[in-house]
Design a binder for this molecule. Structure first.
Ligand code: FCB
Length: 475
């Protein structure tokens, strides 16, 4: 019997469930620009990026991808890629320039237009309320280490839900709160650039409380209580050798469980060290109940696992402290491939994270991959194209893991690639290109990379086909 390659390929297609969301994720400060327009207030990232030595090359988000003015063309781009979901964040200082009080209507109007534009194109908005751009005025009043910030955040959530609540969106309270507490307040590599364990531990609790209070506000305001979750970054921890087990358990507690466990179980992880955990006097009666109120889905951001190996001479984990977590080190087995930023690439970590989360939540919590992507040093070739075969391969391998997780019973309902456009990558500025669409920051011209065409074909087919399909062999 003979079969053509095509039939063989189709037979091996890995199809995703009907209604699966194929999305791209973004964040306001990374793409919008227009930082002084229409009454927007100052955010901690404006201050931080304008402080010498904080961001590579002194880059700022002042213009970024100019999405504030070009959003309509960018929504067309989403349509042309056959995506049916778009993750965006709301810049708090556009809506409340000082972080409190009456809303700024022009800020709200921008998001209203955006959400309506998505809806017109049949694209589901996935709205993150806090993707790191705290109004500077709230930081001046103490920022996330202060309980009041959590209360202000709930008011902001209520305003946004009132204005955009009829939009059939997915809602996320916070993005990667550990990065806010750790990079923002413990090691100072992100805004507001504080370096203090006690501030970071207090911020940890108040971010979680902010989630809980905002969740309650959204439940009270959105039609039918809304569809609400949170996006947390997961880094499966791999111990190399038996003597690394204890250190790995600590790293897992401090990196993964610090935010996951309070949300799903209402407890802080016991294995975390005392200086990482919020002190008891900050935890008021009822806080843990608010924090662990049921959510409708969990957003999983995944980039890489963490390895823990004990350095025999030093008697402690090998490698320098990594920026991303209190006990993470940069030790990585040398054989692992890396992206342009040196982050290890290990697709199986995504499978491990999804399966472990699903076991712990007893298959009761719908999951979305809310971020996953690869930084490369993309260049435009003589044909005017960007041949990022490595990114297509990265996406294929990680989507394969999502498909395997589904087969193992994890209820994954969608995948959002990080990211649509090359953009302002926080302290790394514009060097780190994560987009499936290239941005020439001089002209603001957008050029879809080859990986965009790969991703479009996967989204259109709702399936990963064998390598010759989805355009990958040609990539
Ligand atoms: C995540 C952030 C996102 C982006 C990617 C590369 O930690 O949520 O904004 O910077 O990393």
């Amino acid at each position: 019997m003979t079969t053509t390659g095509r039939v063989g390929a189709a037979a091996r297609a890995r199809t995703f469930p009907a209604g699966f969301l194929w999305g791209a994720a973004t964040a306001a400060y990374q793409i919008e620009g227009a930082v002084k327009e229409d009454g927007r207030g100052r955010s901690i990232w404006d201050t931080f990026s304008h402080t010498r030595g904080k961001v590579a090359h002194g880059d700022t988000g002042d213009v970024a991808c100019d999405f504030y003015h070009r959003w309509e063309d960018d929504l067309e781009l989403l349509s042309s890629l056959h995506l049916n979901a778009f993750r965006l964040s709301i810049a708090w200082p556009r809506v409340q320039p000082q972080g409190r009080g009456a809303p700024n209507q022009r800020g709200i109007d921008f998001y209203r237009k955006l959400v309506d534009g998505l809806r017109r194109r049949g694209i589901k908005p996935a709205i993150t309320l806090y993707h790191w751009d705290l109004p500077q005025a709230l930081e001046d009043a103490g920022g996330w280490p202060k309980r009041e910030t959590a209360e202000r955040f709930a008011e902001f959530a209520q305003i946004v839900a009132t204005s955009l609540g009829d939009s059939d969106a997915m809602w996320m309270t916070l993005n990667e709160p550990i990065q806010v507490a750790h990079q923002g307040y413990r090691v100072g590599t992100h805004a507001p650039g504080q370096r203090d364990d006690a501030l970071a531990a207090a911020a940890t609790h108040h971010l979680l409380l902010g989630h809980g209070l905002a969740l309650r506000a959204l439940r009270d305001t959105l039609p039918d209580g809304g569809n609400v979750g949170i996006a947390i970054d997961f880094h499966p921890v791999r111990a190399i050798g038996d003597n690394a087990r204890e250190a790995a358990a600590i790293a897992d507690a401090e990196q993964n469980r610090l935010f996951f466990e309070p949300i799903v179980h209402g407890t802080y992880p016991r294995a975390a060290r005392a200086q990482i955990l919020p002190p008891a006097h900050l935890i008021a009666e009822g806080d843990m109940e608010l924090i662990s109120a049921p959510i409708d889905f969990l957003g999983v951001n995944y980039y890489n696992p963490h390895y823990v190996k004990i350095d025999e001479d030093q008697g402690r984990p090998a490698g320098k402290p990594a920026k991303v977590g209190p006990s993470a080190t940069d030790y990585t087995p040398p054989e692992l491939p890396r992206n342009a930023l040196g982050w290890p690439i290990e697709p199986s970590g995504l499978l491990d994270a999804l399966v472990a989360i699903n076991e712990e939540t007893r298959s009761e919590l719908p999951l979305y991959v809310t971020e996953n992507g690869c930084a490369l040093t993309d260049e435009v070739d003589s044909q005017g194209e960007i041949d990022d075969a490595e990114r297509s391969g990265y996406l294929r391998d990680h989507l394969d893991m999502v498909h395997r997780a589904l087969k193992r019973g994890a209820p994954v309902h969608g995948y959002f690639v990080w990211t649509l456009l090359d953009n302002f990558e926080w302290a790394l500025g514009y060097d780190a290109r994560f987009g499936i669409v290239y941005v020439d920051f001089e002209s603001q011209r957008r050029i879809p990379k080859r990986s965009a065409s790969f991703y479009r074909q996967v989204a259109q087919a709702n399936a990963l086909e064998s390598d010759g399909e989805n355009g990958l062999r040609q990539a």
